[in-house]
Design a protein around this ligand. Structure first.
Ligand SMILES: [Fe+2]
Ligand SMILES: [Zn+2]
Length: 384
């Protein structure tokens, strides 16, 4: 077989003589924020979401803000919204998922699909629910006080991928596989193995019964929430007085809202802790894991147990839905994402004991940490 020589002449266009425009790459998510005219806050540590100053956000029924982390792209964002007494949001539907936690106040939400009858449910501070994907919904404040919620959504990747308002906000597709009106999704739920509870509505997350989860350390209890057939995930964890959870890392974008207790979280990416950031929190505080592989650890310095709700992006279709869950319970020494107590940087425990000393409270980690100067405290989840 003979081979022809490849052509070598390249076809070079003539240099334009007229000035040209730069091609601007649009960011559909940032453009949406600008059109909404909504206040945008860039941070990842909030001591109290109830104290965050909001701006006007007409569509949502009053005031609001969108929270993004600085200098990074997350697979999710947070919307903090306050509806005035007697107020209501505009009906809307969208092709991004939205999980809603009620920080304060009380009200009701109406959910419906085109051509089908609506259903409603009532909520109060502590309620946690999910809007079924692309279902119409409208929130009503039926109380005498302002009602404030934080919602975690996957709007950023959905908008950046679709780049079309009509697709995101005016899409007639009905996800029958995810939601059927008049079913039982907003009443009750179903328990599965490994502490998984499937529902669209948790009436009072700060008071929900949780299950033992020894691997995460120091008497923690937990429930994993599967809401509205979402790819987004959520879980609730609680840990005892005078203790802290093991540090771990995973993908970016988990939003942790404090449901009860007083304490702080540490976040870092460098082994020598040189970029350590501390976030002090109480009820309704929020910490966001702002980047991939960012270690984070939660410390209870108060006089009650501490509980938080974590709203996570899940695998969002980019990874198979298994694997990560096992990895976060595996030591970093074995290729996992969890730092065992014995492997901690000594500064971590020093910081915790110093903070407890300021409150006159004993450390209760002796059963887990050899350098602990405190009490034995819990030795398993059954002691909490
Ligand atoms: Fe985490
Ligand atoms: Zn100690």
């Amino acid at each position: 077989m003979t081979t022809e020589p490849l052509p070598t002449d390249m076809k070079i266009a003539e240099a334009p003589t007229e000035p040209l425009d730069d091609f601007v790459i649009a960011d559909a998510y940032r453009d949406w924020q600008a059109r909404e005219g909504v206040k945008v806050i860039e941070d990842f540590a909030f001591g109290d979401l109830g104290a965050v100053e909001l701006g006007p956000w007409a569509r949502k029924g009053g005031m609001g803000a969108v929270i993004n982390v600085p200098n990074d792209y997350l697979p999710n964002d947070a919307h903090v919204v306050e509806i005035a007494p007697g107020g209501q949001s505009e009906p809307e539907r969208h092709m991004y998922e939205e999980n809603v936690y009620i920080l304060s106040g009380r009200g009701a939400t109406r959910i419906w699909l085109d051509g089908q009858s609506a259903e409603s449910f009532e909520w109060t501070a502590g309620s946690f629910f999910s809007i079924p994907l692309n279902a119409w919904y409208q929130h009503f404040n039926v109380g005498a006080e302002p009602a404030r919620y934080v919602a975690v959504t996957d709007a950023p990747p959905v908008m950046r991928r679709a780049r079309d308002d009509d697709f995101v906000f005016n899409n007639p597709f009905q996800f029958a596989s995810r939601y059927r009106p008049g079913g039982s999704q907003f009443a009750g739920g179903k328990l599965y193995n490994r502490r998984v509870w499937e529902t669209n509505f948790v009436p009072n997350a700060p008071d929900m019964a949780l299950y033992g989860w020894k691997a995460r350390g120091a008497g923690g209890i937990n429930v994993m929430l599967e809401m509205a057939k979402n790819s987004q995930k959520a879980h609730i964890s609680e840990f005892p007085i005078g203790t802290y959870k093991k540090a771990h890392r995973h993908g970016p974008g988990a939003h942790l809202v404090v449901l009860s207790g007083v304490g702080f979280s540490l976040l870092w990416t460098k082994d020598d802790l040189s970029d350590l950031r501390r976030c002090d929190w109480k009820k309704n505080g929020m910490v966001i894991i702002p980047s991939d592989g960012c270690f984070h650890q939660h410390f209870n310095t108060g006089t009650t147990r501490a509980r938080y709700l974590a709203m996570r992006p899940g695998t969002a279709g980019f990874l198979p839905p298994t694997g990560r869950a096992a990895m976060i319970e595996t030591s970093t020494k074995d290729g996992g994402g969890q730092i065992e107590y014995a492997d901690e940087h000594p500064r971590i425990h020093e910081l915790f004991e110093a903070e407890l000393a300021r409150h006159g409270a004993p450390c209760r980690m002796k059963a887990f940490v050899s350098c602990c100067n405190g009490e034995v405290g819990p030795t398993s989840e059954r002691d909490t």
